[in-house]
Design a protein around this ligand. Structure first.
Ligand code: MN
Length: 510
């Protein structure tokens, strides 16, 4: 058995199903290119038959990514499989990923099919996919709640029909490590043609066991892990890519296995995802959280100063948390900025994009002495990857006041071709700004969450605000950064409104 574990990233498919994590086409492309740099073996780019937007995104990613396989998800239906092939056929390494549920509860209540009918559909689906490409993955949805012997029948037939990867997912996050590993081992041992396929696992974190279940399954013989950056995904999320990769690496004494992942790209990748979806990385997140390498207790600090390895099992540098401080300031020229952008992974900006980022960096450098890498990333995201947006904040002026007086805000906002201006009141400056923006656009979203973080140290740090809005049946997260936290907040609010508007447009197209 191979000592290599394949990393199958589904941030762009299962991850995007995470509440509020919708990405536009530009953002998906950008993230896909980063996943390629990270060394992901297979990128699941989307579910082409689910919407025209998903189809276009998968097709665009397939055309640009060269080093990673590109998978499209499809139900075991001819129409889904044909549409998926249409989206990925020009990829350097295309993969069709087809799935069907095998648990009694799904077969009976969702599919309303007998086990024999399900088996027939699996064989037909895999055969159709195998007619297009030799790289076919089959997933037995809800495998962790399926009958082990029925799974063996399904898997044996799927491999006969041409599947080269067999995924046994814990779709609902129900698995417990030793029991789930036992199931994987049972299926591998009892499937006569198991040696003709790579076994894969896909876990969810409903009980906080996604990574534990994935590692247990790998020890039982699985050689592909389906994961997402920062563990984003449906409900409580998926197995986190960075946690699985670093567990395998730090404890190679236990596993004796490795991946092709470039660990020094882990933090930049999670950071990019966080900027794109407008949701901060939680401070206590394993491997990439802000506190993951912070030592607070006196005894720990004392140990660290005497010998780092007393309390540190991996270094921040090993996952790409480097403090390559500044160099960029108000006197930096175009060459310095271009080099910096390339070092941060933005070599692909065209001249117009570069010009707008360069101008934004100079404007920021006028306001604060030191422009950090995080500041630059935030600017690239807002200047390049958020366009085209419907709304754009042009100016904001607020006046805070003591309790007896309401705070006031005056806003100028571009709405498509129209410039809107309005002033109004609120309980505080942020509330006033949000009220005015919602009123001038004739919208009434519910503010579900609002948070402000400093993305770099110092009082001239850029503030990074994130908001989550719900209106009708849609919800969206937004983020914004600025040295002034009230302006950052207003930008985040406008960003979330843009994402809401994009979702409404998408919905009306489908
Ligand atoms: Mn899933």
């Amino acid at each position: 058995m191979s000592d290599r574990v394949f990393i199958f990233d589904t941030t762009l498919r299962d991850g995007e199903q995470s509440p509020g994590a919708t990405m536009n086409l530009q953002e998906k492309l950008r993230l896909a290119r980063q996943l390629e740099v990270l060394g992901v073996d297979c990128i699941e780019a989307g579910f082409p038959a689910s919407s025209p937007g998903d189809f276009e995104a998968v097709r665009a990613i397939a055309a640009q990514v060269k080093d990673s396989e590109i998978a499209g998800l499809a139900r075991c239906l001819d129409s889904d499989i044909d549409r998926t092939w249409e989206a990925i056929r020009h990829a350097a390494h295309p993969r069709i990923h087809t799935f069907l549920a095998t648990s009694p509860i799904h077969m009976q209540h969702k599919l309303r099919k007998t086990p024999d009918q399900v088996l027939e559909m699996v064989v037909a689906g895999v055969k159709r996919a195998a007619g297009y490409t030799s790289n076919v993955e089959f997933s037995a949805e809800d495998a962790s709640r399926s009958d082990p012997d029925f799974l063996v029948r399904v898997v044996t037939e799927a491999i006969k029909a041409g599947a080269t990867t067999i995924n046994l997912p814990d779709t609902v996050g129900y698995g417990i490590p030793n029991a789930y590993a036992g199931l994987i081992r049972h299926v591998i041992e009892h499937t006569p043609n198991a040696d003709r396929a790579v076994f894969s696992v896909h876990c969810h974190d409903d009980l906080g066991l996604g990574v534990a279940n994935t590692l247990a399954a790998i020890q039982a013989g699985a050689r592909q892990a389906e994961v997402t950056l920062s563990g984003i995904g449906e409900r409580a999320g998926n197995t986190s890519l960075e946690e699985v990769v670093m567990a395998l690496r730090v404890r190679s004494d236990v596993f004796g296995l490795d991946t092709r992942i470039r660990a020094d790209q882990l933090f930049p990748s999670c950071r990019m995802l966080s900027l794109i979806i407008g949701q901060p990385i939680p401070a206590n997140k394993a491997v990439v959280g802000g506190n993951a390498f912070a030592h607070e207790s006196g005894i720990h600090q004392d140990g660290m100063l005497k010998h780092r390895e007393t309390y540190e099992i991996m270094t921040p540098q090993s996952i790409g948390r480097t403090s390559t401080d500044l160099v960029i300031g108000k006197h930096s020229g175009r060459n310095a900025v271009r080099n910096k952008l390339e070092a941060l992974g933005y070599a692909s900006l065209n001249d117009d994009e570069f010009q707008s980022v360069f101008e934004a960096i100079k404007a920021l450098a006028d306001k604060k002495k030191v422009v950090h890498d995080e500041d630059i990333e935030a600017l690239v995201m807002s200047e390049v990857y958020r366009i085209p947006d419907r709304y754009r904040l042009k100016s904001l002026s607020v006046q805070s006041a003591t309790a007896a007086m309401p705070a006031t805000a005056a806003v100028v906002l571009q709405d498509g071709d129209t410039e809107r201006r309005l002033a109004g009141f609120g309980v505080g400056a942020v509330d006033a700004a949000f009220n005015v923006i919602a009123t001038m656009l004739d919208r009434a979203p519910h503010l579900e969450r609002y948070a402000v973080n400093a993305i770099t140290g110092g009082t001239d740090a850029q503030g990074e605000a994130s908001v989550r809005l719900t209106e009708g049946s849609f919800s969206a997260a937004g983020r914004g950064s600025d040295p002034d936290i009230i302006i950052a907040s207003a930008k985040a609010y406008v960003d979330a409104l843009n994402r809401l508007a994009a979702k409404e447009r998408e919905e009306s197209r489908n």
